[in-house]
Ligand binder design. Structure first.
Ligand SMILES: C[S@@+](CC[C@H](N)C(=O)[O-])C[C@H]1O[C@@H](n2cnc3c(N)ncnc32)[C@H](O)[C@@H]1O
Length: 261
């Protein structure tokens, strides 16, 4: 009898150990993403490729962009990957009015300014470092995402500060939950949602964005990563609204895409 109990206990202990070692993989497996993954070339025709030879395709002029990287040793928080940055930069080339939720270091803001026309207007809303003391966590909001808002609200000067494209950029230091978007209704060609990743903030920023978008406008959301703790609220909210809005997950990125048609 004792040996049977011992056998059962060691069986469960092994199962538990396997779970502990593969927690991440198991969680990813159990969370089947509800938003369809799509290659960027089929989402927007600017990304379609030129045929160079029978086995080689290359980019067209409208996706060749100005770019820069910051090495990880410099520990800038909240950055997009280089591939994501290329997609956003390419879309900026044809956009006259751009809005960003969440400036952080201003990496993406800078890229959008570098790649858009001279007369493009870029507005980015963000929290000042001292404003984070006044933000409130709603019941529905993930604790990790709330803590990340504090960790990422550390800049009041940006990568584009004193650059020759700074004149195109307007920074609004305000909590987006209090932001009155009426003056921007129907105006935006491109909106990048990468502010607070809590449920209440992502919902607020998305609802305002849909009102701010023009008839062909595009919204991109950052950090759709099913199974990742800090993306929990972004995933939850986007999957909820994807039942009524045609949202796609761009392959090999954490970006989601919507275009008014
Ligand atoms: C992930 S970072 C943005 C990264 C940036 N978009 C980039 O690509 O480099 C998040 C930013 O959102 C801002 N943020 C978070 N919650 C906010 C809120 N409720 N209102 C305005 N900005 C907010 C933070 O201050 C931080 O600057």
């Amino acid at each position: 009898m004792i040996s049977k109990i011992f056998l059962a206990l060691s069986f469960f202990a092994n199962i538990f150990l396997i779970y502990l070692l593969n927690r991440k993989k198991i969680k990813n497996f159990l969370h089947l993403p509800k938003i369809k993954k799509v290659d960027i070339t089929s989402l927007n025709q600017i990304f379609s490729l030129n045929s160079i030879s029978s086995n080689l395709k290359g980019p067209k002029e409208n996706t060749i962009v100005k770019s820069f990287s910051i090495t990880s040793d410099n520990k800038i928080v909240g950055m997009t990957s280089d591939y994501e940055a290329w997609i956003i930069s390419s879309l900026s080339k044809k956009s006259k009015n751009i809005f960003e939720f969440g400036t952080c270091s201003g990496k993406t803001t800078y890229l959008m300014a570098l790649n858009s026309d001279e007369d493009t207007q870029i507005t980015s809303i963000t929290l000042k470092p001292d404003e984070v003391n006044f933000i409130k966590k709603e019941n529905k909001d993930s604790k990790i995402s709330f803590r990340n808002i504090k960790n990422e609200s550390i800049y009041d000067k940006f990568l584009f500060t004193n650059s020759n494209v700074e004149k195109k950029i307007q920074i609004i230091f305000e909590n987006s939950l209090k932001f009155d978007e009426k003056n921007f209704h129907g105006k935006m060609d491109l909106i990048f949602i990468d502010g607070g990743h809590t449920y209440s903030v992502i919902k607020n920023d998305t609802e305002k964005s849909f009102k701010m978008l023009n008839s062909r406008g595009i919204i991109l959301w950052h950090d759709y990563v099913p199974g990742k703790k800090s993306s929990k609220d972004v995933v939850k909210y986007l999957e909820e609204i994807s039942k009524t809005k045609k949202i796609s997950h761009i392959k090999n990125t954490s970006l989601c895409y919507f275009q008014n048609k």
